[in-house]
Design a protein. Structure first.
Length: 329
């Protein structure tokens, strides 16, 4: 065996020399570019193993025009919903021969664009983006030269591929379930600019009920906890609340427990997302589950094939999961 001088990285030429073949035969064996005799291919693979050869992924991507990798940029990787959705994106992508790199934009549009530019320079095959966008964002994203599509985009933007969940419809289902229980003073926790607010409000209006108190909250545990404390302080005017996400709702539950308010006895809760933690909170949360598997599959397909689904398939329906926090047994 020929020694590799110093700590120099093993190259394809070293593998070829050790196996007694040409560089091209090494390439054909590893990349499947042309047939190679079984005995020769085995000799090449043995050389790769013994020398510890690792192909240069960047060079291979430039040559083949594909890195077999996609990026996902999320607003908050600590949010259980995004963690679960990314897990399904990875599952779908891996089944198609792609690896996934997840980056956390910390809810910053500037960081999101910076990461998109970085991924474009790394020759990724595409990027799934999250968060709100406008026409200017579309132009900026296109200028990077990389394929991109929106992941969990609830509004249609010209020039942007994407698939999302019907947030307003899910909020209507959750609020209607609270009304079915007989609650009439139903509060809202979340962001008023979000479609879930509109779904909550329209359902109360259609039922002839006055909207309950509004507690504006960012999608963080800290935001949910502060809103839960405000809700506890106003509990005399509330008998139920729709919370825009499970992560918020888990923090709201803590605030209500600390205030010695019974859930659902004094304040019932319905939430949104259907993340795993909703099943293991106390009490378990009634929630609208987002179709994360279907969402991931459709988003990856759009990204790789550049196919926009029909308009009536761009927003997927959530499913109401009934548990104890609303008053159901």
């Amino acid at each position: 065996m020929t020694a590799i001088p110093g700590n120099r990285k093993v190259t394809r030429k070293d593998v070829a020399r050790y196996a007694g073949v040409s560089d091209a035969v090494v390439s054909y064996t590893l990349n499947g570019g042309a047939p190679v005799a079984p005995a020769t291919a085995e000799r090449v693979r043995e050389a790769v193993r013994l020398l510890g050869y690792t192909p240069n992924a960047s060079a291979r991507a430039l040559k083949l025009g594909s890195s077999h990798m996609i990026g996902v940029i999320v607003p908050d990787s600590t949010n259980p919903f995004w963690a679960e959705l990314c897990r399904w994106v990875e599952t779908v992508a891996r089944s198609k021969g792609f690896a996934v790199l997840v980056l956390n934009a910390n809810d910053s549009k500037a960081i999101r664009l910076e990461y998109l530019q970085t991924l474009a320079s790394r020759q990724v095959d595409g990027v799934l983006l999250t968060g709100e966008i406008d026409a200017l964002d579309v132009d900026r994203f296109n200028a990077t030269g990389v394929r991109w599509a929106m992941l969990n985009q609830s509004t249609t933007i010209d020039g942007a591929l994407g698939v999302g969940v019907d947030l307003a419809a899910g909020a209507r289902d959750a609020t209607a379930h609270l009304i079915w229980h007989g609650y009439t003073r139903i509060a809202f926790i979340g962001e008023m600019a979000d479609a879930r607010y509109g779904g909550w409000l329209s359902t109360l209006t259609e039922a002839g009920l006055a909207p309950g108190p509004l507690f504006d909250a960012k999608f963080t545990r800290e935001g949910g906890y502060a809103a839960g404390q405000a809700l506890a302080a106003s509990h005399d005017s509330v008998d139920a609340v729709f919370v825009s996400s499970d992560m918020l709702a888990s923090a709201v539950l803590r605030a209500l427990h600390e205030a010695d308010l019974a859930v659902p006895g004094e304040i019932a809760i319905a939430s949104f997302d259907g993340s795993p933690e909703s099943e293991y909170s106390w009490p378990a949360l009634t929630t609208v589950r987002q179709p994360v598997q279907d969402l991931a599959a459709k988003a990856v397909a759009q990204l790789l094939h550049r196919e926009q689904p029909p308009e009536d398939e761009q927003l997927l329906a959530g499913t109401l999961i009934v548990r104890q926090s609303c008053g159901c047994p």
